[in-house]
Design a protein around this ligand. Structure first.
Ligand code: CP
Length: 334
């Protein structure tokens, strides 16, 4: 396997945490995508294992439900031969009232090198990164950020089109509460995509984009908002449907799920005006029949399963980037 990291990237300061994509440059995102491409070779092996992180310990601390992010990080860590500890709300001392900080401190005291955190409260991974020595990866915090999802989305788009720049990427649905949309806004705009946000006014307030920035040259200046899904999808290269975050919405955003689905569900009929090679994406989990028609979710344009597979490569690349013993003189083999 080709060793990840370009010489330029190896000369750059080593990253300790992944909290969002706002502090990633276009070059660093590109470097993560090429590292992930190198890591994806492991997925094609009969024995899907490399000794890269042997002796390193990783904890997943998921204080909110997850299927793909949690299992993807755990599988990625095991494929790189790291030891993995898995903590959730159920069965841990957080059920007895222990704070997230004390749970993380306890893991750190056991010599854990990196903690992958999912938490319902926005900012929790940033707080832990500030006060702990272990590396922190944000696996989704409240409505704030989900940077590894955005990176695997960028990787998927880049793998299919060979570029991201100038593609029309339409993100449809619950933008207001979506951490996936926020991290993708950073990633896609830094990589030069034309991003269109689409949804009802209650889930994309008119000042949503304006409130995300205050500088004239901010990357979000290029983002547009379109409340009609038919106008938004016209000429789209990528249509990314988002799950309604009903667990985060207070009452009153939608008249009914039926009405929302009639206006914003991504259907085959609506996709007729997209680019003929358009991709359909969804971070999962899916509410089929609400934001995406089952025929589309499992149809020829869908790359939803590729997103999951690519998530493994991206997470291996990030674990490698943060804690591989490259600077200690320990030789690393792949
Ligand atoms: N996309 C995503 O975060 O899915 P999970 O909630 O299953 O991890």
């Amino acid at each position: 396997m080709k060793k990840p990291n370009s010489p330029q990237e190896q000369a750059a300061p080593k990253r300790c945490h992944v909290l969002d994509l706002d502090d990633f440059s276009e070059g660093e995102i590109q470097s993560v995508l090429s590292d992930a491409s190198a890591m994806s070779e492991i997925l094609d092996r009969d024995i899907k294992k490399a000794p890269t992180l042997r002796g390193k310990s990783i904890a997943t601390m998921f204080m909110e439900p997850s299927t793909r992010t949690r299992s993807s990080f755990e599988q990625a860590a095991k494929m790189l031969s790291a030891d993995v500890i898995s903590i959730g709300v159920s069965g841990s001392s957080s059920e007895k009232g222990e704070s997230t900080y004390n749970t993380a401190l306890t893991l750190q005291a056991m010599g854990i090198d990196l903690i992958v955190v999912r938490h319902p409260l926005s900012g929790t991974p940033n707080f832990l990164a500030k006060y702990l020595n272990a590396s922190i990866i944000n696996a989704g915090d409240g409505s704030h950020a989900h940077p590894t999802q955005a990176l695997l989305d960028l990787y998927t788009i880049n793998s299919k089109f060979g570029r991201i720049r100038d593609l029309r990427v339409v993100i449809v649905g619950d933008i207001l509460y979506s951490r996936v949309a926020r991290s993708n806004l950073w990633g896609l705009t830094k990589m030069g995509a034309q991003v269109v946000l689409c949804g009802p006014r209650t889930l994309i307030p008119d000042d949503f984009v304006a409130n995300q920035h205050c500088l004239d040259n901010h990357p979000f200046k290029t983002v547009t908002v379109e409340h009609s899904i038919d106008r938004a999808i016209e000429g789209a290269d990528v249509v990314m449907a988002l799950r309604l975050q009903l667990e985060r919405q207070s009452a009153g955003h939608l008249p009914s799920l039926k009405e929302y689905s009639q206006m914003y569900c991504v259907t085959s009929e609506r996709l007729l005006v997209a680019n003929p090679d358009a991709l359909v994406m969804h971070p999962g989990p899916l509410n089929e029949g609400v934001e995406i028609d089952p025929e589309v979710a499992h149809g020829t344009k869908s790359v939803i399963e590729d997103q999951v597979t690519n998530g493994l490569a991206i997470r291996m690349a990030l674990l490698y980037r943060l804690i591989a013993p490259t600077e200690s003189g320990v030789s690393v083999s792949f």
